[in-house]
Ligand binder design. Sequence first.
Ligand SMILES: C[S@@+](CC[C@H](N)C(=O)[O-])C[C@H]1O[C@@H](n2cnc3c(N)ncnc32)[C@H](O)[C@@H]1O
Length: 184
Amino acid sequence: MAKSYPKSSFVGIDKEDCFPASNPGNCVFQIVDLLKGLPFKDNTFDYVYSRGMYYYFSFVEWQQVVEELRRVTKPGGYVELVETGPLFNNLGPYSSKFQNACATLIQAVGGDVYIPEKLGDYLAGFDDLTTDYASSPIGWKGRIGQLNLQNMELSYTAHKLRLCNYMRWTEEEYEVINEQGLAE
Ligand SMILES: C[S@@+](CC[C@H](N)C(=O)[O-])C[C@H]1O[C@@H](n2cnc3c(N)ncnc32)[C@H](O)[C@@H]1O
């Protein structure tokens, strides 16, 4: 986005130092725990975007987070949330194992596995609310399926530590689930 809009300035946050190594020059990155509040004044941003956070927040925390996103957005600005869910159709045994572990972990933190269908509820009270829901192929149906498969691969890697700790899986067990799950 920063590359597409070189005249705009962007601020990216994460609670971990996992930021991109390259920077088109109009981005700053800050380590921030969203649950502790954003270090920005009210009405700072024209556009606020959040993606891929379903794993981390309970429904109550989401309400707190959305309120914080609203606070830092200028009147007339936009807040956009994008979430994929952990539930997929027609899974094989290994990918089911991965999915069930993700769902268990999400529910353990009070999270909602049906979040993609309900994102609009999280933004209740915003003006001009629009929502969209799409179901998408993984590994089939051309480029979109390939991109989803790549995303799935990254997801297996990204969630490894948390899932192994929570499910008490060894690294070797996880590698089998990862490999077989992606093959399925
Ligand atoms: C699945 S990744 C998504 C990253 C990015 N938004 C994207 O779409 O590529 C979730 C990220 O949320 C971060 N995270 C989790 N809890 C957070 C919090 N309380 N405050 C800020 N970042 C948090 C994690 O460190 C992780 O990098």
